[in-house]
Design a protein. Structure first.
Length: 562
């Protein structure tokens, strides 16, 4: 009888175990993985778990974790190498008996991107928190990997992608070389922040304070879109040093081929084809975005290939740290159709190898709802020198990522989080711009053509591709070559009849003038003791480059002949 009872109990126990583990009718474990960069958030849901139950999770890398058998909870696990991992959760009762289990396979990638957030420490607590402001003005940072300098970045906030050859645990240092203009490091002694590949996570932050300064530097960056019927002039008026605002006046002289229709903000005055804006406070805290719209008369629409010439001048110039960025001259070609998302490059035409190119990406929200977040992805030509990349400006807070794609091409990504562009009914207020400079590689043979195109992503919508900006390397040298040189002034700019060249102490002894395709227009000698006057009355209207040469170097100035 005792044997019969024992076997009956054994059969009952076997049936109970079989029922609980195989049928899942009483207790069920479900795993939902959320893979991230070297991490995995595992969300576990358990139904039918009793008091005292426990859950053991095997992460597939030789490690495990034991938790209470709660009905629903998440756990985060960090991996030290990429790969496919088999993750298993086992639910046990208080006696250690297996109640239920589930195994899944997940893919883990090791995070190789470090993020740098320069910010103005408004509340002086050395924490990037509420009330602090991101700094949109670029600084210069040296990147060290395991104590060895590997890169230099000139940008505002940026994301840096570690080398694919760097092993897990490599320590990276981000050392400030040149602070954003008008600022000084407030937090972190020595201006260095550290991060370790795959171990420390989150953004690197560096706090700055404003420095007192009475100096100022006004400048602007401009983009023009010009189809035959309608043209848009988009300008970002900027001030520098970062914290020092200064009053100024922006004067725009646009092509008489068009009639002014509207602008945002409204200009202070409109006289003929000249618009002016009086701006009370120009700084990187209060940079001004100006958008002006023009239409051609219905009886005189322009055709593809026609040119539009316009100029933009910021005053005052006297006392300005760098008056060369106060004047922008544009000669743009009419296009057959209007696309509000455009990529442009200056200078236009053929350039010498090693030339610094100024790229701008203009975008517009053409939808019927606001665009909260935008990012731009720009795959660069292999003929551009990635080490010379410099961020210039943007109409919103921007973070820059430098990386390589699977084919080994350099990729720049601009993230503009929280830009909140209004919908297309807000004409002139629903667009923006990102600008950067980069050099063509030296030694490129004449005839090399450099193509560049960017993709714009509005929230979760499909990518919008810009047109293709094109630059050709010419055999002409010295046309747009910029080198450090002593001071030399060329004025007025724009000029009608006579150009004045003023130098000091005989720094420059000769000059040459070429047009935008490198044709020589004039040469001459300079008198270092008094200004030299050059008659350009016979020059056709357009843009020209004058090169001042001397024993200490040369300087190139772009000017416009009206």
């Amino acid at each position: 009888l005792m044997k019969k009872i024992f076997y009956l109990n054994l059969v009952a126990l076997f049936i109970a175990v079989l029922f609980s583990e195989k049928s899942g009718a009483q207790t069920v474990v479900n795993i939902t993985p959320y893979p991230g960069c070297d991490t995995n958030l595992i969300w576990v849901n358990i139904s039918g778990s009793g008091p005292g139950d426990s859950l053991i999770t095997y992460f597939g890398d030789g490690t495990s974790e034991i938790d209470a058998g709660d009905s629903s909870f998440g756990m985060v696990h960090y991996y030290t190498s990429a790969g496919f991992y088999s993750i298993k959760c086992v639910l046990l009762n208080p006696g250690g008996m297996h109640i239920d289990s589930l195994t899944i396979t997940d893919t883990i990638n090791i995070c190789r991107t470090f993020t740098m957030y320069p910010y103005l420490d408004v509340n002086a607590d050395c924490l990037y928190d509420f009330g602090d402001l991101p700094i949109p003005l670029p600084g210069t940072f040296e990147v060290d990997s395991a104590g060895v300098p590997v890169d230099t970045i000139v940008a505002a906030g940026f994301r840096y992608e570690a080398s694919s050859a760097a092993p897990y645990g490599t320590r990276y240092a981000f050392k400030l070389l040149i602070p954003p203009s008008g600022t000084a490091v407030a937090c972190l002694t020595g201006g260095v922040v550290y991060d370790t590949l795959g171990i420390t996570r989150g953004g690197c932050v560096m706090g700055f304070n404003c420095t007192s300064s009475s100096s100022f530097d006004l400048g602007e960056t401009v983009n023009v879109m010009g189809p035959g019927r309608h043209t848009t002039n988009a300008m970002v008026v900027i001030g520098n040093p970062f914290c020092t605002g200064h009053a100024g006046t922006l004067t725009m002289t646009f092509s008489p081929k068009y009639n002014f229709t509207s602008a945002w903000p409204a200009p202070t005055s409109v006289v003929g084809n000249v618009l002016t804006w009086d701006i009370a406070d120009i700084s990187y805290f209060a940079s001004t975005y100006v958008n002006a719209q023009f239409d051609a008369p219905i009886t005189a629409w322009l055709t593809p290939g026609d040119t539009i010439q316009s100029s933009y001048v910021l005053t005052p110039i006297t006392g300005d740290l760098d008056p060369t960025n106060n004047t922008v001259i544009r000669v743009d070609t009419v296009k057959a159709s209007y696309d509000p998302n455009e990529k442009s490059v200056m200078p236009q035409g053929a350039v010498a190898a090693g030339t610094n190119l100024d790229y701008k990406v203009v975008f517009e929200n053409t939808g019927n709802g606001p665009a909260d977040n935008i990012h731009i992805q720009d795959t660069l030509s292999d003929d551009l020198d990635i080490h010379s990349f410099k961020f210039e400006t943007a109409t919103s807070q921007v973070f820059t990522t430098l990386s390589r794609d699977a084919a080994g091409h350099n990729v720049i990504k601009f993230d503009l989080p929280g830009i909140e562009l209004p919908d297309s009914s807000h004409r002139g207020q629903c667009d923006g711009m990102v600008a950067f400079t980069i050099n063509t590689k030296s030694g490129l043979p004449a005839g090399t053509v450099i193509y560049n195109r960017a993709g714009i992503y509005f929230d979760d919508n499909d990518v919008v591709m810009t047109d293709t900006a094109q630059t050709e390397i010419s055999s002409t040298t010295g046309v747009v070559t910029m080198t450090n040189a002593p001071k030399g002034e060329v004025y007025p700019n724009p000029v009608n009849d006579e150009l004045t060249i003023k130098t000091a102490n005989g720094n420059f002894t000769s000059f040459t003038i070429v047009n935008t395709i490198g044709q020589l227009m004039m040469t001459g000698q300079l008198d270092g003791s008094s200004p030299t006057h050059v008659d350009v009355k016979a020059f056709p209207a357009g843009v020209y480059y004058i090169t001042l040469k001397g024993g200490q170097g040369k300087k190139v100035v772009k000017f416009e002949k009206m």
